[in-house]
Design a protein around this ligand. Structure first.
Ligand code: PMP
Length: 446
């Protein structure tokens, strides 16, 4: 079934798609083909998705590669913890205390008695922080989008989402069984075109966007989107997974930063990133809550967060409130790394947030480049289909307030060297030029 050697570098999900298009649909045949594909990539040392850390995520850890048997001390760039709170002693103590007091699990869903005083405190804190009447907790960010978007729209409502929206948004929209369309990524013109086309045909339109896009690191033009509400009277749903805790004067997110919270009807975020736990929430007017609690299957039929998770979130929210310097440090490091990568000559697309993508569309180059990075102690996962389109592969460097400038510089050094070797940067850029700028100069310049 494999036609040539470059096909053997394709992502496993892309291979399944190709097989389907050739008329192969038996799961036995597809499983066998994907198994062989993984073997080929593993044997060549090019399969990065099965690597794991010896002792959990941190900025630096021993990473094990089962396919090659290597065990390498690496700087980690693929974790979304952003503020480093997963290693914060105060947060860890609070989680430990909660487990001692409340036990390890809740054993059932929210509506069936699976809530504790800790869970209720988390919901109240989240609603207050993001500036909405109520917030409710789901066990993950994924199932928040899945549950809310499948439950909310009625038969005569319409869903309109950005084409780069996360899979949980698209799955929720599809699960709703309602009519939907997408608009070009971050294109106000296309969004307006679609609103003009569909507005009169439906009772309500829900526009769904992310504040920062997880694969590209670019921010949504939220102010412009909000201004369209005056003409087209729609509901706005913003997924703040990659901005909650990072932006805004209190860390409430990008809606707070832009001062548009009151114009956003639904604010969603995961709690697995800046707050270093797991879970998700939706914050909105109180009148929407019973509809969600009684119609979102992932709320009704899924066990609630563990007390340890809830306590971690509460402690992380305390850190957000007490230490705004965490956000400042993160943004300064983001500006530093970004500016140096640009001056080395890398293509960072339109990214701005602490997600820094390096685009390497050629699948072979992407996998080889990442293999060599790993050997040099830099751990990033190759981002391939279905996370991005087949010809839009990239590596992603996710900054964390706990990354040191020394770790960033070591990473930049490896990237500059390999970028030159793989022809990803302009050869005239000296790999030493960028080292002359000190972190403080760059942070001040940004
Ligand atoms: N929304 C977005 C934009 C995300 O990036 C993610 C996770 N990457 C989710 C939702 C799902 O969150 P979780 O992984 O915490 O379930």
């Amino acid at each position: 079934m494999q036609s040539n050697s470059s096909d053997s570098l394709n992502s496993l999900a892309l291979l399944k798609k190709q097989l389907n298009s050739q008329g192969v649909h038996s799961f036995e045949a597809i499983a066998e083909a994907l198994y062989q594909q993984k073997q080929r990539q593993s044997q060549a040392g090019l399969y990065s998705q099965d690597r794991f850390t010896q002792t959990g995520s941190d900025c630096e850890a021993v990473v094990i590669s089962p396919s090659t048997g290597e065990s390498v001390n690496c700087i980690l760039w693929c974790i979304n913890h952003y503020l480093g709170l997963n290693r914060n002693p105060r947060v860890i103590d609070r989680a430990r205390e909660a487990i001692a007091q409340f036990g390890t699990g809740c054993g059932t869903s929210a509506l069936s008695g699976g809530m504790s005083a800790l869970h209720k405190a988390v919901e109240a804190r989240l609603a207050q922080l993001v500036g909405k009447e109520r917030a409710i907790l789901f066990p993950t960010g994924y199932t928040t989008n899945l549950g809310v978007l499948s439950a909310l729209p009625g038969k005569h409502d319409f869903l309109l989402f950005d084409r780069e929206a996360h899979a949980s948004i698209i799955d929720g929209v599809k699960l709703s069984g309602r009519k939907f369309s997408s608009f070009r990524h971050n294109s106000i013109d296309d969004l307006e075109r679609k609103l003009r086309r569909y507005r009169e045909q439906y009772d309500n339109i829900i526009v769904i966007v992310e504040s920062a896009y997880s694969m590209s690191g670019d921010l949504a033009p939220l102010k412009e989107i909000v201004s369209l509400k005056q003409t087209y009277d729609f509901h706005l749903y913003v997924d703040e997974a990659h901005t909650f805790g990072l932006y805004g004067k209190d860390g409430a997110g990008y809606c707070q930063e832009l001062g548009i919270t009151d114009s956003v009807d639904f604010i969603m975020s995961t709690l697995s990133k800046a707050t270093a736990s797991i879970g998700g929430f939706i914050a909105c007017k109180a009148k929407y809550i019973p509809l969600l609690e009684w119609c979102a299957n992932s709320f009704i039929f899924q066990a609630s967060l563990t007390p340890g998770d809830a306590a971690t979130i509460l402690a992380a929210l305390d850190e957000l409130a007490d230490r705004p310097s965490l956000r400042t440090q993160l943004h300064a490091k983001n500006a530093y790394m970004r500016q140096k990568l640009l001056s080395i000559g890398f293509n960072l697309g339109n990214s701005q947030s602490p997600i820094v993508p390096i685009f390497i569309p050629d699948p072979e180059k992407l996998l080889q480049f990442n293999k060599e990075l790993f050997e040099r102690g830099i751990f990033s996962v190759s981002i391939v289909y279905p996370a991005v389109k087949p010809a839009e592969g990239r590596l992603r460097f996710i900054l964390n307030a706990s990354h040191t400038y020394e770790q960033i510089d070591r990473t930049l050094d490896a990237l500059a060297h390999l970028g030159k070797k793989y022809g990803l940067i302009s050869p005239k850029t000296s790999s030493r030029e960028w080292l002359s700028l000190a972190p403080s100069q760059i942070a001040l310049a940004s």
